[in-house]
Write a protein that binds this ligand. Structure first.
Ligand code: GLV
Ligand code: MN
Ligand code: MN
Length: 425
């Protein structure tokens, strides 16, 4: 196939990506901030918009039973068989989010697929562009559900998980137009896959420090999440003496600081502990708190220091519990082990980036991504894009138009490199 028009420049691709990012960011549950949670009406609208963009890019679109939008670009060389390369990211967000986290990867994949088609680049495999819905794990305690379903690691029990209003995943899915009963039919056949690629903002400061627009990810840090319940005893705030209280908030405060200290003093780099949600029961100004429920998000560059850190945290919790007479329970609801990226994909990315005159640079990911679930299914590869000051999960998240353009161009060349490799294999 001969291209009939000159390819867009990186700057033009960046401008296109920026316009799409803005359009998607306007779909939010809140007027003045971006909040788009899994299986909400906003997610529905975002999925429909992304499906429209995929169609405009020339992709065959469908939506799977868990709400993942999929756009297919068929192989230009069917004689090579029926393998498929998956490229995607997510369209759900955190609360009061930035507009690039997830969205940039989906938009990059759509634009790259269109460019591959328009430029007539030989593809010995199909490409499936994926827009996942449950990466952030904010609405339900089911992080990475949509990608886990493709990997075949999402059990039926996940559908019973409930949001803060008591709505289950299964109920929300039916409302969304999905088919929860099909969750286990979504599993992909590993032999038919080339791998899973994802482009994502770095969400850290390393690329900015290196003065590089894009970087190659070596591995994704392991992570675990827990609900922690601290049990105290309700009492009158005016009458119970200080030495006769079982104050759940005071015990929780001790524990929060102690978890921070445990993470800071872990001997290995990269151990990070965060308490991001905290609820006080009964929550009245004149009642000694009876119970605190909070989340712990614990991550590390590799799995052993993370295991050591949770052991240390639980030992500290036991000491605090004894000292204050407040039982403390941990209930783990998420774990992913460290996920290395494929060397073959890293090398292909290196060649692609070098061909653009950019110094190839490798870095790891401390953030979670759908690749962690996809790793159970197939090889994964990731490209990071520089974001200003490394700020993310924050409305001031920012990626320049130039860097977005570089990311789209790098994705096109990365896929072309992988295609060359497949043809040689
Ligand atoms: C997803 O953004 C995560 O790393 O929590
Ligand atoms: Mn993300
Ligand atoms: Mn995120």
């Amino acid at each position: 196939m001969v291209p009939d028009e000159p390819p867009l420049t990186a700057h033009e691709l960046g401008e296109e990506a920026a316009a799409l990012i803005d359009e998607l960011s306007r779909i939010s549950a809140e007027e003045d901030k971006l909040t788009r949670l899994y299986l909400t009406p906003e997610h529905r609208n975002a999925a429909d918009l992304v499906a429209r963009w995929m169609r405009q890019a020339g992709l065959d679109v469908r939506e799977d039973s868990l709400g993942t939008v999929r756009g297919r670009l068929p192989s230009s060389m069917p004689a090579y068989g029926e393998k498929c390369l998956l490229i995607g990211s997510h369209i759900d967000t955190v609360i009061d989010a930035g507009k690039f986290d997830g969205a940039l990867g989906v938009i990059c994949a759509i634009l790259a697929a269109r460019e591959l088609r328009k430029r007539g680049i030989d593809l010995p495999f199909d490409i499936d562009v994926l827009a996942f819905g449950d990466e952030e794990g904010v609405r339900f305690p089911t992080t990475l559900l949509s990608s886990s379903a493709l990997a075949g690691t999402a059990p039926y029990s996940e559908l019973d998980a409930r949001d803060a209003n008591g709505i289950s995943v299964a109920e929300a899915l039916r409302e969304f137009g999905g088919r929860p009963e099909n969750i286990q039919d979504l599993k992909e056949v590993p032999e038919k896959l080339v791998g899973y690629l994802e482009v994502h903002i770095e969400q850290g400061p390393v690329l900015e420090r290196e003065a590089l627009p894009v970087g190659i990810v070596t591995s994704l840090a392991g992570a675990e999440r827990h609900w922690i319940t601290v049990q105290g005893e309700a009492g009158h705030a005016g009458t119970v003496p200080m030495d006769a209280r079982k104050d759940a908030v005071s015990a929780a405060a001790d524990l929060i600081v102690s978890m921070e200290t445990a993470a800071k003093s872990a001997r290995s780099d990269g151990v990070v502990a965060t308490v991001g949600e905290l609820g006080i029961h009964p929550g009245a100004v004149n009642v000694i708190p009876a119970q605190v429920k909070m989340t712990l998000d614990l991550r590390a560059a590799t799995d052993r220091p993370r295991a050591a850190a949770i052991d240390e945290i639980k030992a500290r919790a036991a000491r605090i519990s004894r000292k204050r007479g407040c039982p403390i329970e941990f209930d783990q609801f998420h774990e992913v082990v460290t996920s290395p990226c494929s060397e073959i994909f890293q090398d292909a990315a290196k060649r692609a980036i070098a061909s653009m005159g950019i110094r190839p640079f490798r870095l790891m990911s401390g953030a979670g991504h759908d690749g962690q679930a996809m790793k159970a299914l197939t090889d994964i590869g990731m490209l990071f894009v520089r974001c200003r000051k490394g700020i993310s999960h924050n409305p001031s998240e920012y990626v320049s138009i130039e860097d977005m353009g570089m990311a789209v161009e790098a994705t096109v060349r990365w896929v072309a490199e992988i295609a060359q490799q497949e043809m040689k294999a």
